[in-house]
Design a protein around this ligand. Structure first.
Ligand code: SAM
Length: 230
């Protein structure tokens, strides 16, 4: 999978992309992730990328010219023909099922906003999809893009060593995850549930399923109600 991200602050992404599973996915050539610095397409000797808002008001707006130039350059140089996805609080809220859907695509192309946002003509003419990572406002789209890229890339075959560990994570089954324990068997007087030490795989699975249901019912009634409707 090829992933392209346009950002005015690509270093925010670079750190996270160089660690853990995102790094492994790139080292194993399962995902190629390209960061495109919007400032390289800035205007004039100061490489200006933002300007005041027509009509007044606080906050700068990302100018259309650098974004159009950057998007056109990426499309041409890397043969990118998928929709451009803008990260925005106004977008569709990103869920695990969206991560699964995106994980089947060959290319992803993201635009991170910053400051007060981007010029509306970018949204009208360049953007095909809008995604939000939740009902709160971030400083920029970089952390949102990272959240989406991370959730998608860890689903690509070969990234996690044991694909089961993605299949059994929260939301994949419609439920939250069950509790996990590791060594030591007793820690500060609290032991691991007996069943996990029994070696009875069916009993372990039953316990995990029951715990998943119980935790979902306690913590996420919305998910629990959907689950019991099925
Ligand atoms: N004026 C915008 C509004 O009220 O919706 C917020 C702008 S925000 C400070 C700057 C940028 O961060 C946005 O253009 C967007 O790219 C990104 N952003 C902020 N919150 C986000 C969220 N919940 N999901 C995705 N992107 C977000």
């Amino acid at each position: 999978m090829d992933i392209h991200v346009i950002s005015a602050f690509p270093q925010i992404l670079a750190g996270a992309l160089g660690e853990s599973m995102l790094k492994r996915a790139q080292d194993r050539q399962i995902a190629r992730i390209f960061l495109h610095d919007l400032r390289a397409f800035g205007i004039g000797k100061h490489k200006q990328i933002d300007d005041y808002s027509y009509g007044g008001g606080a906050g700068m707006i990302l100018k259309p010219e650098p974004i159009f130039a950057c998007v056109e350059s990426v499309r041409k140089q890397h043969q990118v023909d998928c929709a451009l996805t803008y990260l925005t609080p106004a977008g569709k809220v990103f869920k695990q099922k969206d991560a699964v859907e995106l994980s089947f695509r060959k290319q992803l192309f993201f635009l991170c906003g910053h400051y007060k946002g981007v010029d509306q003509r970018v949204l009208d003419q360049l953007v095909g999809e809008e995604l939000s990572i939740g009902d709160y406002v971030l400083t920029g789209g970089e952390i949102a893009a990272l959240a989406v890229v991370d959730a998608v890339v860890r689903l690509l075959p070969g990234v996690l060593n044991d694909i089961d560990s993605a299949d059994t994570d929260s939301f994949q089954t419609g439920l939250l995850d069950h509790p996990h324990y590791t060594r030591p068997e007793v820690f500060r007087g609290v032991g691991v549930p007996e069943v996990l030490l029994s070696g009875d795989h069916q009993a372990v699975q039953r316990w995990r399923d029951e715990k998943s249901i119980e935790i979902t019912r306690q913590k996420r009634t919305d998910l629990y109600e959907k689950y019991i409707e099925l």
